[in-house]
Design a protein around this ligand. Structure first.
Ligand code: UDP
Length: 238
């Protein structure tokens, strides 16, 4: 029968690195398409989808400033990188038949819509996937914060963090075989134990607004759809 969809509207956050495949840099179109299929499967369930994609596969402000660039300029470059990722994802999603809008926090009207909250809500109601690009539009922030901000503005019921591991562990599961995965953890414990989930300002924003956060693996085929249907392994932050 029809899977029990528990969420009507969600925010999916993925890092830019999720789109680079086995390359060390940039965009790998077949990987973008694979991720797009995962998203389309959830969209087909009738879930309204907001998305924020990072830019770390192309440029990070901190890396630029560590090499002598002026920080705010480097951060704007990082924001522009997220626009490229958003456009690649839009292209892949529309190739699969899912309508999609890229909405930029930095105006570039020829390329993407400007962010107008009510207009974005309307897109969601019309079942268009909204990709929020250019982060928050402000330097010194990250796309995690952008995801938390837009999730609240769009009244999403949860933030889904698509990672390359199936949740939050007490230490790195890639280097420690005894690492323990949490089924559930509080925001305060994430902050207290400095667990690498989102940066601290994004965690604070989700916590203060009691926004549920689900951390799951994007590498599991059908994983995103499974999570939305109440199956699979993930960590829930409350
Ligand atoms: N960035 C920013 N303000 C924002 C969002 C992003 O300045 O609101 C810049 C920042 O330099 C960051 C880069 O964009 O390093 C790429 O975003 P992020 O590091 O969050 O990407 P991810 O690690 O998720 O791929």
């Amino acid at each position: 029968g029809k899977p029990a969809t528990t969420y009507k509207r969600v925010m999916l956050k993925i890092s830019g690195e999720a789109l680079m495949g086995d390359q060390g840099y940039g965009l790998h179109p077949p990987t973008v398409e694979r991720v797009a299929r995962e998203i389309k499967a959830v969209h087909d369930m009738g879930v309204e989808i907001c998305m924020v994609i990072g830019g770390g596969n192309i440029f990070r402000g901190l890396a630029g400033s560590a090499q002598g660039m002026e920080r705010t300029t480097a951060d704007y470059m990082g924001m522009l990188a997220t626009v490229m990722n958003a456009l690649a994802m839009q292209s892949a999603l529309e190739g699969l038949g899912a309508y999609c809008r890229v909405i930029s926090a930095i105006r570039m009207d020829e390329v993407a819509e400007p962010y107008i909250r009510r207009r974005a809500v309307r897109h969601l109601e019309k079942k268009r996937i909204c990709i929020f690009a250019a982060g928050t539009g402000n330097p010194y922030f990250t796309t995690d914060t952008a995801a938390a901000l837009r999730a609240n503005e769009m009244a999403c019921e949860a933030i889904l963090m698509g990672k390359n591991v199936d949740g939050i562990y007490d230490c790195d599961p890639k280097t420690n075989p005894d690492a323990k995965r949490y089924d559930e953890i509080t925001y305060d414990d994430v902050l207290r134990n400095n667990l690498k989930v989102m940066d601290a300002s994004a965690i604070a924003l989700t916590r203060d607004n009691m926004m549920p956060l689900l951390v799951f693996s994007l590498n599991e085929p059908g994983g995103f759809r499974g999570i939305m249907a109440g199956e699979g392994t993930y960590t829930r932050v409350i």
